[in-house]
Design a protein around this ligand. Structure first.
Ligand code: NAP
Length: 281
């Protein structure tokens, strides 16, 4: 096996952290970048791209906060141009399943002249333990819109296993891999499964998208973030076509995708859900 130099953009996040660990375990060299690393990489500052890419063979691209936001297309274009200049062989782009706005960024990568694989992910399980919904779970009060949506939540471990494989396996060049979990669940069912696994009461309150956005505004979150969540609830969860299960995880890895109950079990074991919010300010 050839040892590759692999850049992981967003390498401290939910999927990037796991991809970096995975790729190191396979014996490759990894450079993790984010805004606080050396070299620093900031999506808002295209002049930071070249130093991160220098000397790398392949890259995992995690855009933040989402490929659907204004400015994403320009950033992805500049990054792929810089990657070509620095002589990278291949990139893997993390994209969102069912996000029409993200498809423009996927096309930029596909037409960049680089070898590529696109990984389109459904909503992550880890949103409840490492992301935007953790605090709701810790508080025992989960208030979310789209209660009727059936979501094939995917595990970040499955995403990272798939990414780590396709990054160094050129048989996946030019392909789009759709990663979902093995079954669909509503937010209410996900909350029930977490409550049972953690062994505490967690209430689910169905609310409207407007109520959710108003709550985010009240909490002082920036308008762009509030807009993004409104878009994701409406566009991704509002379209039944986006709720289909994909079997690509099993095809790529030769094992079934992780069930939500397994996610709950392994997360309980980490202690993440035992934090006591009453001592935080
Ligand atoms: N969550 C979901 O359900 C879901 C579903 C489908 C697709 N996605 C996609 O997943 C991506 C997020 O991936 P993730 O959840 O693995 O990451 P994450 O946990 O949200 O972490 C974000 C990462 O990006 C870095 N980052 C933040 N701002 C940055 C900036 N301005 N420049 C450079 N790096 C920056 C962070 O590091 P520093 O803070 O250290 O810079 C961190 O490593 C998004 O593109 C989203 O569209 C998410």
């Amino acid at each position: 096996m050839k040892t590759e130099n692999i850049l992981v953009i967003g390498g401290t996040g939910k999927t990037g952290r796991r991809v970096a660990e995975n790729v190191i375990q396979s014996g490759h060299n990894v450079r993790v970048v984010g805004r606080k690393t050396i070299p620093a990489f900031d999506w808002e500052d295209p002049s930071s791209y070249a130093a991160a890419l220098k000397g790398m063979d392949r890259a995992y691209i995690v855009y933040y906060p989402d490929l659907a936001v204004p400015g994403a297309k320009e950033a992805i274009e500049k990054l792929t141009e810089a990657a070509l200049r620095e002589g990278l062989e291949k990139v893997v782009l993390l994209s969102g399943k069912g996000e029409r706005e993200a498809e423009a960024c996927e096309e930029i990568v596909a037409n960049s002249g680089l070898n590529y694989t696109l990984v389109r992910a459904s909503w992550f399980n880890q949103n409840f333990s490492e992301g935007a919904f953790l605090e709701f779970v810790l508080n025992g009060q989960v208030a979310l819109p789209m209660p009727e949506a059936e979501i094939p939540f995917v595990d970040a471990d499955d995403i990272s296993d798939v990414v780590a494989k396709v990054l160094v396996d050129d048989r996946y060049n030019g392909q789009t891999i759709t990663v979902t979990g093995p079954r669909k669940m509503t937010f209410g069912q996900a909350v029930e499964a977490m409550a049972a696994g953690i062994g505490k009461e967690i209430q689910f309150h169905p609310i409207t998208i407007e109520e959710f956005k108003a709550g985010m505004k009240q909490a002082g979150l920036p308008d762009s973030y509030v807009w993004l969540f409104g878009y994701l609830f409406q566009e991704v969860l509002g379209n039944p076509d986006n709720q289909e299960i994909s079997y690509d995880v099993e095809e790529v890895l030769g094992r079934p995708a992780t069930d939500f109950n397994t996610y709950v079990e392994k997360t309980v074991a980490t202690g993440i859900w035992n934090q006591d919010l009453s001592h935080t300010v």
